[in-house]
Design a protein around this ligand. Sequence first.
Ligand code: AMP
Ligand code: TRP
Length: 337
Amino acid sequence: MTHAPRIFSGIQPSGGLTLGNYLGALKRFAEKQGQVETVFCLVDLHAITVWQDPERLRQQTREAAAAFLASGIDPAQSVLFVQSHVPAHTELGWMLSCVARVGWMNRMTQFKDKAGKNAEAVSLGLYAYPALMAADILAYKATHVPVGEDQKQHVELTRDIAAKFNHDYGVDFFPLPEPVIEGAATRVMSLRDGSKKMSKSDPSDASRINLTDDADTIAQKIRKARTDADPLPGSMAGLKDRPEARNLVNIHAALTGETPDAVCARFEGQGFGAFKPALAEVAVGVLSPITARMNALMADPAEIDRILLAGAERAHAIAAPIVADAREIMGMIRGAR
Ligand code: AMP
Ligand code: TRP
């Protein structure tokens, strides 16, 4: 069966969003709008897999919603909502955790990274998280999932879960969703360490650019970003062993929409003394209007809540009948839809 194309993606409101989230996710989400049906979710139930201060979680959820809206997500064109407002996610999450295998979960590298040596002490939710993520996607029968590189394994697991469900129950019910990982910034790295991804949970604030940073802070963080003393080569091939330099070129390219090779060609022979101020100017030019729009939206939290509640109604209208069908396929007596 061919499934109608539908895009789904989610972001955890577990801290302030970063330039990595903007380039790897938000900017690309906004570009997809209008081409196909788009559904975007603030996944607060994923955020609580690790400790969240309740008041801060509420604040961060509204701030993440403001970041979506400020990045060009239009609630008239896209469905934008909060995961915990739509019960289909937790319900299908349980059903799919009975389809997924423990052995599959054990292969998830994000779990291994997050749990570290502490695997016995982390929450059961952190372990089961990929089954909930599969439910997020499959409750909408989404066909395409734009994400950063770090989420590829989870989307592939979602395909495995969907295929096993279809196979076990002899149906062609769930589509096998494709991860969509494209562009120069599918993995934006830390400004302090070119081997670590830029993350809202990194203890060093200098490692990331936050969407709430002002122009001076952005320029200062770029100026202090770790680099090397060599000039830039004429193409990306010359940056093979220079991860920090490669990262800054990729960020520049993603911000201006050029290819990384074109950026290299333009700065060939110049050092970071010239490149960093140019990058800062581009970053401030793109991010400042977004930050300003976020601040304006955050001044009216009731309006954000109104947009999110309207989004949840639309999300529920799509997901509830799909989950009701899944229940029936699994052998539950038909109940309320
Ligand atoms: P998270 O903040 O972990 O909920 O991630 C939300 C989305 O942003 C996912 O699609 C991630 O893959 C993407 N993302 C997060 N950090 C980065 C990064 N440093 N570079 C590129 N994409 C990222
Ligand atoms: N796990 C994703 C992350 O940490 C967030 C997420 C939850 C997601 N559910 C999703 C992404 C569904 C895409 C589709 O970044």
